[in-house]
Design a protein around this ligand. Structure first.
Ligand code: LMR
Length: 396
């Protein structure tokens, strides 16, 4: 049975983890996988998470099945965090949410749900998009096509081309948008551009699927949800996939959420029954531990404030790293303009070098990044920025 298989290449992002760990270079730099790191290169457990976890361990009294929806409290609090408590879609009881195994689990649930809504739906993703989007949706049997998004030459958005492409998308299709901190480019829509895309969505009638994996890493929890909230208030159908991996630092707990919005409460109930069926067929029920931590934090004024403060520290550090790298490159005499890195948002930017230069950085300097030259900004620190900038200068 297995003899006909050919080996798959290592995942373009996760494969870097293994290579980096096996590298003995004392100055090796990890700009690969999108995880937050502190100044020492460590990915800490947030203090609010530690407190919530202790509280749950002390008070938890059963490990009985949780059911396909997951935790009702988590689902409500996550919806409110994403859409805002006053959102017309929430007020009209049109939002339905399930807890999922991470943001990837949420996307897979969304994929199977879309397949049941319309087996012939095309999913439109930005060019470029997160490396796993295409494979994940194709695995669910969905055709994936791209719309223009990032201009590698000018390091800015191809906004007019994006709009032109989306104005050809029909009402049977789905358009995937990144809520904030676009992965991999770091180029986000501004509020005016969101307004235009939302108007286009309403006009064309396609279903928006918004992927929000980095709420709070761009400008702030509320600011980063601008597009999500306005879209939810404007359209009759919408899907939102969110992740708690980055903003709660719960990477290995695998906790996220998938929300759907129907045109009214009755339509949402029907859609929700399909969503639950989809969940049951994939993994039956989500894990509970991560959801318990998040609902404890979001449900307590004190812990929520502590979380917001810790999130601000992470966001500020990443933004500081952007400036630090660009200044260091200038300081050592690099003439190529990297200022665009300081205007982009979230965990990632493209350095804008060739795959051959990326390979050279890895083989000669032990600097690790995705082939596309996507760098995870959190991997930069005062301890490695000098070495990193000099390595980049050499390969340029
Ligand atoms: C990334 O893009 O690096 C993260 O979202 C981790 C992953 O699963 O790819």
């Amino acid at each position: 049975m297995f003899n006909k298989l050919t080996a798959m290449p290592a995942d373009p992002i996760l494969g870097l983890l293994t290579k980096y760990r096996e590298d003995n270079h004392v100055q090796k730099v990890d700009l690969g996988v999108g995880v937050y790191k502190d100044e020492t290169g460590h990915t800490p457990i947030l203090s609010c998470v530690k407190k919530a976890e202790k509280y749950r361990l002390d008070t938890e009294s059963t490990k009985v099945y949780i059911g396909p929806t997951g935790s009702a409290d988590f689902n409500r609090l996550m919806s409110e965090l994403a859409f805002g408590t006053e959102n017309p879609a929430i007020m009209a009881n049109r939002v339905r949410t399930v807890s999922t195994p991470g943001g990837t689990g949420a996307l897979r649930v969304a994929a199977d749900f879309i397949k049941r809504c319309n087996p012939n739906a095309v999913l439109w993703v930005s060019d470029p998009t997160w490396a796993n989007h295409t494979g994940l949706f194709e695995a669910a049997g969905i055709t994936v096509k791209t719309y223009p998004y990032y201009d590698y030459k000018t390091k800015s958005l191809k906004f007019d081309e994006m709009k032109a492409a989306l104005s050809q998308v029909g009402s049977n299709d789905v358009v995937l948008l990144h809520a904030c901190c676009h992965n991999p480019s770091g180029m986000d829509l501004n509020q005016q551009q969101w307004d235009e895309i939302i108007a286009l969505t309403v006009e064309q009638g396609f279903t928006p699927l918004i992927d929000m994996a980095y709420q709070g890493f761009g400008d702030g929890v509320d600011e980063d949800a601008y597009g999500v909230r306005k879209m939810a208030a404007s359209v009759s159908n919408m899907i939102l996939c969110s992740s708690c991996s980055k903003n709660f630092g719960l990477y290995r707990e695998r906790i996220g959420a998938c929300s759907i919005i129907g045109k009214n409460a009755a339509a949402s109930d029907i859609a929700f029954s399909v969503l639950l069926y989809v969940v049951r067929c994939i993994y039956s029920m989500p894990p509970a531990h991560g959801a318990a931590i998040v609902e404890t934090i979001l449900g307590s004024e004190e812990l929520k404030q502590e979380w917001l403060d810790e999130l601000t520290v992470m966001r500020d550090r990443i933004n500081g790293n952007r400036t630090m790298l660009v200044n260091k490159l200038k300081e050592i005499g690099v003439t190529r303009n990297f200022d665009f890195i300081t205007h982009q948002k979230g965990m990632f930017s493209f350095l804008g070098i060739t795959p051959a230069q990326v390979a050279q950085l890895q083989s000669e300097y032990s600097v690790y990044m995705v082939d596309s030259s996507r760098i995870s900004i959190a991997g930069i620190g005062t301890g490695n920025v000098d070495y990193l900038a000099k390595s980049i200068a050499k390969i340029l």
